[in-house]
Design a protein around this ligand. Sequence first.
Ligand code: ADP
Ligand code: MG
Length: 227
Amino acid sequence: MVVVEDLSKTYRTGRNEVHALRGASFTASPGELVAIKGRSGSGKTTLLNLIGGLDTPDGGTVRVDGREVAALSEDALLALRRDAIGFVFQSHGLIPVLSAAENVEVPLRLARTPPAERDERVRVLLGLVGLADHAAQRPYELSGGQRQRVAIARALANRPRLVLADEPTGQLDSETAAAIMPLLHALVASEGVTVLVATHDPALLSEADRVLNLADGAITETPVPTG
Ligand code: ADP
Ligand code: MG
């Protein structure tokens, strides 16, 4: 599903060079919930951005469903991001003037899903994340945890095969955060997607199927801590 090989990325600002990734490799299979840990600045966001085609590597390759992301045309990359990949960011990124249901609907509109199918999919997704009764509420009328659950529902709208979550609990209190990981886990099971979650929150790691550690720009597999 996701094959990352010898990935490298260097940022240059003025005379400074930051080697965010230097030869990072790993593989993730369908239906796996893989956590990527590492201290702040270790390259987690860089890695997810490269996997999602939001940035291009200096060396190495990312393949999603057998296709090399950096080799795709602009149109093919847009289609991949719209149809195959769901993004969940640290800050939910919901549109403030839209209701929870309308936010989840945005990617379905972009994919030109017919209205009846759109409504049904939104209903199912909000149910899946436990927000069936909050469909009409705007983001400011929801709690932080509820907003992040809407963001997860939105990421799943077009039935992605891969979900990339970048510290999705980073702005939540620990109790609310603890509810997000089991949710992602259930989604992996019910929708069969691959989920990659960057987090440095040790409390979340025990929910993952696998834990990868990012340090010095490289990835090593570490045991899943018991929760
Ligand atoms: P993490 O998500 O693990 O905190 P990042 O991938 O955001 O790590 O950053 C890895 C390193 O690359 C850090 O040293 C960071 O300062 C640097 N970096 C990230 N993005 C940029 C950028 N756009 N320009 C310059 N340096 C960057
Ligand atoms: Mg980051």
